[in-house]
Design a protein around this ligand. Structure first.
Ligand SMILES: CC(C)(COP(=O)(O)OP(=O)(O)OC[C@H]1O[C@@H](n2cnc3c(N)ncnc32)[C@H](O)[C@@H]1OP(=O)(O)O)[C@@H](O)C(=O)NCCC(=O)NCCS
Length: 153
């Protein structure tokens, strides 16, 4: 018997119900229906899901944005495939689909970042034709929820 069929699709604004059944290691945290609704309500946000037998087993998310001196670009925020479904080409299908969404949306460029040590993600992004930037980036996080934090405004 072969594998059950895989569906790759962009989640439309009214399709939050597609995320009711998500394998628990696809997102970092459980999907919250109110946050999902806000996300899907913006035409600048994109969420692509991979589904097997009605269950979400992978996802790619992103945001199309403009800057005063740069044309519309696609930031690919997250790509995740449940461990049980990795290594079957699902990550690549998700990435290809979100890139097509970006092109259709009029984005001139798409970009994604990952940890230097994330071999699987780096291989995935390279295999889809991504060109690694020469610059090594550092990431800074500001906790805006804590009014007592030091060094802030
Ligand atoms: C990164 C991730 C999305 C890849 O998903 P996947 O469905 O396993 O990837 P695919 O099967 O489509 O493989 C895509 C390419 O990556 C390679 N690859 C996948 N897993 C790999 C691994 N563990 N080590 C090295 N290469 C790997 C594949 O061989 C393939 O390369 P090829 O096209 O040259 O043959 C998945 O490992 C994952 O969800 N990781 C945890 C979350 C994460 O780190 N996300 C990325 C950062 S936001």
């Amino acid at each position: 018997m072969g594998q059950p069929p895989l569906e790759i699709r962009v989640v439309a604004a009214g399709e939050a119900a597609l995320l009711e059944n998500v394998v628990d290691d696809v997102f970092d945290h459980p999907v919250q229906p109110d946050l999902l609704r806000v996300f899907l309500a913006s035409p600048d946000n994109v969420l692509v899901v991979a589904r097997v037998e009605g269950q979400v087993v992978g996802m790619a998310s992103g945001l199309a944005y403009v800057h005063p001196d740069k044309p519309l670009s696609l930031f690919i925020n997250e790509v995740g495939v449940s461990a049980r479904f990795q290594g079957r080409g699902i990550g690549r299908l998700l990435l290809d689909r979100i890139l097509i969404w970006g092109r259709d949306r009029g984005c001139a460029e798409a970009w994604v970042a990952t940890e230097i040590g994330n071999e699987a993600a780096r291989r995935l992004y390279e295999s889809a034709g991504g060109v690694e930037d020469d610059e090594r980036a550092a990431v800074y996080v500001y906790s805006l929820a804590d009014p007592t934090r030091k060094g802030g405004p």
